[in-house]
Design a binder for this molecule. Structure first.
Ligand code: ZN
Length: 165
């Protein structure tokens, strides 16, 4: 029996082999796995669900699933997942034409609402600007009256200047 850490290490290595090593399918359940550690070394994995075998020394010695068996199992699992995703794809609702049109109408309506809102905002803005303008106008006329009130002062200043000279 293999210890837990030994199994975990084989599973870990198996994942690396599944990702990086070359795995060829020869027959149903028979795979040729290239070794990642030994160049030009290849092992044959028989992926029998009840009794998987490998030709590597590790499996021959322990008679337990080796990293190559785990790699092939991962590969088979991935292929099954891919097939599963392909078969489930058509079940995803496709946007039909009426929904598309409706969406556009809603989009255009939203755009128009936005324009209306913008115009309303602009109107408010103009109204707000117009208010202080009227106020400024009043202030301006007031200012004029004060300028008239200053006239004597400027006359006085001129007088003072001439008187001073
Ligand atoms: Zn092996």
């Amino acid at each position: 029996m293999l210890r837990d850490w030994q199994i975990q290490r084989r599973q870990h290595d198996g994942l690396e082999i599944a990702n990086r090593a070359k795995i060829e399918r020869k027959r149903e359940n028979a795979y040729i796995v290239s070794s990642l550690t030994k160049r030009k070394t290849r092992y044959t994995v028989i992926a029998d669900p009840n009794n998987p075998t490998c030709t590597c020394p590790d499996h021959e010695m322990h008679q337990e699933p080796c990293k190559h068996i785990y790699a092939v199992q991962l590969l088979i699992q991935r292929e099954q997942d891919d097939k599963a995703s392909i078969t489930t794809l058509p079940q995803v609702p496709r946007p039909s034409k009426p929904t598309y049109k409706q969406n556009w109408t809603a989009y255009i309506a939203a755009q128009m609402n936005e324009t209306n809102e913008f115009q309303a905002m602009l109107y408010d803005l103009v109204q707000n600007i117009a208010e202080p303008e009227r106020g400024q106008g009043a202030a301006f006329s007031k200012g004029r009256s004060t300028t008239t009130g200053f006239r004597p002062t400027s006359k006085n200043r001129a007088c003072r200047r001439s008187c001073g000279n």
